[in-house]
Design a protein around this ligand. Structure first.
Ligand code: VTB
Length: 323
């Protein structure tokens, strides 16, 4: 199916709106209000698009999330016009946003119907790097081995590499191995989507992201990594029997499968992210009298166009705008 290329720029509007509204909650200590603001703005702008969209990665199940729940239908498309699946994380890094620290983004991806892995809200082990990692790094190797292999492929020393990991005790072993191999670690509190994408972008300062984070976040990451021609592998981490049952009901039956980016995000996919707070991928929302500036990355896999947009928003020209 051929997708309308203008969807990319439409998506930038969606994540900008979410970031602008969540941006008002930066540093306010209320992650629930911040998430609600982003979710509402994202829903409102998505619903105004000429698509027949279905949320497949969202804020939760229908009975637990008031909007952008899994299965929600969105858009003004008629008769199946532009049938797309939608993956969202309106505020990726709610804790970051409430504390005002680095790395919160508003993010979304679109795929032709059936394109996304229906990942339940559970953990996924991930490894992400730029195209240099293809055929070189592997989720089945140790963190130390991957550092050495990536350094060799990049023609540098391990000490020139920075590996990002969620700052969690479950990553202590990997952190020790990375340090032993001579590389630098960047331990971040939350938000592995932005960190993973940054690792596939040259001169972001991050060379690789590894470790266990959310599975829905893994699918969003996969859409971006595919557009960037980067390297990613993801493997679901089952903690309970209930997760196995849920996964099966969502069409997953091989529990040990190692997914590539292309297997998690199939077809012509689109991705957008706008910074809420500053980060290695994009800058945060900067308000000025009467308006604000946002920083967005938007990409499409088919054309592999990667746009970084700085946008000025003047609120007095936007009737009905919450900011
Ligand atoms: C992960 C990660 C997210 O929260 O879901 C993490 O993918 C939660 O991990 O980016 P813990 O259960 O160890 O706290 C984020 O960091 C933010 O939603």
């Amino acid at each position: 199916m051929s997708m309308d290329r203008n969807l990319a720029l439409e998506l930038a509007r969606v994540t900008e709106a979410a970031a602008l509204d969540a941006g008002r909650w930066v540093g306010k200590g209320d992650k629930i209000a911040a998430d609600a603001a982003a979710t509402e703005a994202m829903r409102r702008t998505l619903d105004a698009m000429d698509i027949c969209g279905t949320v497949v990665i969202g804020e939760g199940e229908m009975d637990e999330a008031p909007m952008l729940y899994i299965g929600e239908q969105l858009g003004r498309g008629v008769d199946g016009e532009c049938a797309v699946d939608i993956a969202v994380d309106p505020l990726e890094g709610t804790n970051i946003c409430s504390k005002g620290t680095n790395g919160a983004i508003a993010t979304i991806a679109l795929a032709p119907r059936g394109g996304f892995l229906h990942a339940p809200d559970m953990y996924m082990d991930k490894i992400v790097t730029g195209s240099a990692g293809v055929g070189v790094v592997d989720i089945q190797k140790s963190a130390g081995e991957n550092v050495e292999a990536l350094a060799k492929a990049k023609g540098c020393n391990p000490q020139d590499l920075t590996v990002a990991l969620l700052d969690r005790p479950r990553h202590d072993k990997a952190v020790a191995e990375i340090r032993n191999a001579g590389a630098r670690c960047q331990l971040f509190g939350d938000g592995d989507v932005a960190a993973a994408i940054a690792s596939a972008i040259d001169d972001s300062g991050i060379d690789m992201m590894i470790g266990i984070g959310g599975a829905p976040e893994g699918v969003l990451t996969a859409a971006a990594i595919k557009c960037l021609n980067g390297f990613m592998q993801g493997r679901l981490v089952f903690m309970t029997e209930e997760e196995r049952v849920r996964s099966r009901s969502m069409g997953i039956d091989d529990f040990d499968k190692i997914y590539s980016a292309k297997e998690m995000a199939k077809g012509d996919v689109f991705f957008a992210a706008t910074g809420v707070t500053n980060g290695d991928l994009v800058r945060g929302v900067r308000y000025f009298p009467g308006g604000a500036k946002t920083h967005t990355v938007v990409m499409r896999s088919q054309s592999r166009t990667i746009r970084f947009l700085e946008t000025l928003h003047y609120f007095d020209h936007k009737p009905g705008f919450n900011s």
